[in-house]
Write a protein that binds this ligand. Structure first.
Ligand code: CIR
Length: 253
């Protein structure tokens, strides 16, 4: 179970955020409304939510998940692979020092973004992507082992992050799309297949028994509901324009 989440409001500079998909520039006002609804949903799932003010210096800083990995025993501050995002870690480190005695840091030339790390109990799958390199994964695994956890790497084809395509929903269950549906690593899991034409919805999040799913993906929401999860649908269209989704918008611990 999670008790807390940290989020950061999107700033006006989000219109300069990194984006690979060409589905338009985000509308900041609408993003704020969607973000507020996201915060309310986390609260409804029982979380105490710390809402950080927008940081206009970093257009992608609303995607706080990428800046740290939070475990029961330690926080690991990442080193984002995207140059424009590296500075996001300083304020997050400061914030996390209120919650964690043990804070580790990924150091150059290692790069890691939190969206590439999927926690499954005490094991962490780390996606090797354009943002997370092998040296970064090695460093994270070494830190994890220091605290009694384990880690392993996976490749991340053309997705931005590992969790863009696969997430863990507890109860030995994974939601996956595309290349992640038939991975050897996930053979022992119940795999909920998210159709390729709704692949964006694979980035859903388990929060204390509920699953938050992007609104507008009825097949995905149905698959997850049929698997027995109460589903909360949230419109995150403006974050999608920056290739971000539900998991990216918070650090849950
Ligand atoms: C980026 O490209 O870094 C942002 N525009 C989106 C980050 C999304 N984060 C995530 O999937 N964990």
């Amino acid at each position: 179970m999670f008790t807390r989440a940290i989020v950061r409001k999107p700033g006006q500079s989000m219109t300069d955020g990194l984006r690979d998909t060409d589905i338009g520039i985000p509308d900041h006002q609408l993003a704020l409304v969607q973000h507020a609804a996201y915060v309310e949903a986390l609260k409804a799932c029982g979380l105490d939510v710390l809402v950080l003010e927008a940081d206009e210096s970093y257009p992608d800083s609303t995607f706080v998940e990428d800046t740290a990995l939070l475990t029961k025993a330690c926080a690991i501050i990442t080193n984002p692979g995207a140059l424009s995002r590296k500075g996001e870690i300083h304020s997050i480190k400061q914030v996390l020092s209120d919650y964690y005695d043990n804070i580790e840091e990924v150091i150059e030339p290692s790069t890691v973004e939190g969206g590439d790390i999927m926690m499954v109990g005490s094991h962490f799958y780390i996606g090797l992507s354009e943002r997370t390199n092998e040296e970064g994964a090695r460093q994270v695994i070494a830190y994890l082992e220091k605290y009694g956890f384990s880690g392993s790497t996976m490749s991340v084809g053309d997705m931005l992050h590992l969790k863009s395509g696969v997430v863990y929903l507890e109860d030995n269950t994974i939601a996956a799309t595309g290349e992640f549906v038939h991975q050897k690593e996930f053979e022992g899991f119940r795999v909920l297949e998210i159709a390729e034409d709704e692949s964006y919805a694979a980035n859903c999040i388990w929060v204390n028994g509920n699953v938050l799913v992007a609104k507008g993906y009825p097949k995905a929401a149905g698959t997850i509901a049929d698997a027995g999860y109460p589903v909360i649908e949230l419109d995150v269209s403006e974050f999608r324009k920056l290739d971000g989704g539900l998991s990216c918008l918070s650090l849950r611990f």
